[in-house]
Design a protein around this ligand. Sequence first.
Ligand SMILES: C[S@@+](CC[C@H](N)C(=O)[O-])C[C@H]1O[C@@H](n2cnc3c(N)ncnc32)[C@H](O)[C@@H]1O
Length: 509
Amino acid sequence: MRTKSMRKKKKGDDACKENEAKSSKVLKGAERSAYFARREAAKVLKTVLEGDAKRRALASIKTLVYHPSVRNKKATFALICQTLKHLPFINDVLQAAKILNTKWKRQQELIYIIVYDILFGQEVPLVGDAEKYLMRHKEALHLHLKKILLQKNVKTVKELFALHEVPDVSVPRNVRVNTLKLDVDSALVELRKKYSVQKDDLLHDLLILPPGTDLHDHPLVKNGSIFLQGKASSMVAPALSPEPGWEVLDACAAPGNKTVHLAALMKRKGRIIACELKKERIKRLNDTIKLSGATNIQVLNEDFLNINSKDPAYSKVKAILLDPSCSGSGTAASRLDHLLPSKAAGQNVDMERLNKLAAFQRKALQHAFLFPALERVVYSTCSINQIENEDVVKSVLPIAESYGFQLVKPFPGWPCRGLPIFEGSENLVRTDPAKHGEGFFIALFAKKDDVNLSARSNKNDNRTLHSSTRTRNVRRKQPIHTNMFKMWLSGQLCRRHRHMLDNSCCGRN
Ligand SMILES: C[S@@+](CC[C@H](N)C(=O)[O-])C[C@H]1O[C@@H](n2cnc3c(N)ncnc32)[C@H](O)[C@@H]1O
């Protein structure tokens, strides 16, 4: 049964919507698109802020904005990013000005967007109830912003931002050509009609476009001929290099970018089992597979840890790609997480969560070695935390060795390698978020007698792999997180280990 206050609220909301609808009818051209862009942005912002408040984001800002239902993607994206960037000041101003009653507080995301425009963005025309209301308080809003700047001892908001440096994520846009549908040269010709495009020098199927190139609506993306996949993420399947004809298990597969990359590298030959725990992510996995045109992928909605390695169904699995759930700290900047209120407030790393993730990652990696026909395993994360990367590999290494595996070195010419916490960590691959856009980690284990792998290493090609030396423990270190990383490298490395990183992009000053 509805209470009186609920009925009153509904009546108020309906009246509000009615007025908004009336206003929208009389709008024209630019006014109209700005009016709708603000409402579209407010809707996405609501999802972003609710997810952040619960620390359970449904998707990144980019993913939400690039959803097919959002019409004006570019304007919406810009408006959300700018509003989030200015949100602490917008909140301070609104609190100080005390102009929001319950009715307006119910539409707070729209209010944030309009206040952003009034204080920092474009001129707001007097259309829409919310716009009209806030424009009536324009002077008060500006006055309170001035007061806040004075309190912080700066003259402009720009000066204030300079005090809180935001990471620069303007790295090139990479696309991976899905060679199941299109060859790399044809993709190059097609994309060059509109953009400046280069081939990547490490990955044969990767193309490089200028930072900020928006390809979400490009026909080649829509028909699955190219995938919007960063370089670091595109290095994982080639690190495993499954042979065409093999049986491969992708242990934590959704949304399936690496699964379909494996399928392309295997040239439609062999079988891929794509295992995914979460039922709600299976549809996305199936969609990716369908879009890629791969026909040899079997989807399995299962907990990887529950897969019985002795089951005859898995007796021919030769390679496992293990890309488990992780903190995602390496992709936080590209996902624009630094704009979220919880991150902007500089809240501490959640060690309990990290420990839980690391425990699962260790268990999953150990489980991988139980498959009887296994020859190679790749373990990868999009985290930059030592606890999820080197620490996991180091703790599982004795077990891997007992099954006849060793760490090998994918992409020998790649300069950025693992943190030197054990001998052999130079075989690990890291990517640097500042340089490569994303911070990934890759470890490749292979059977000591992996003939194909040794044969390739002799070719001395950057794309090949070569065996490592025996590993042994060197030094126990505390987990290392983003900002501590550089400090740790410059301050604490003993000379010998510094030498190991001399040519490393991660080791540069
Ligand atoms: C980092 S994502 C994988 C990304 C994927 N490799 C790609 O490139 O598109 C990790 C996935 O593992 C799934 N997952 C987590 N625990 C799992 C488990 N025990 N068994 C299988 N899948 C699991 C998560 O639901 C999530 O979809």
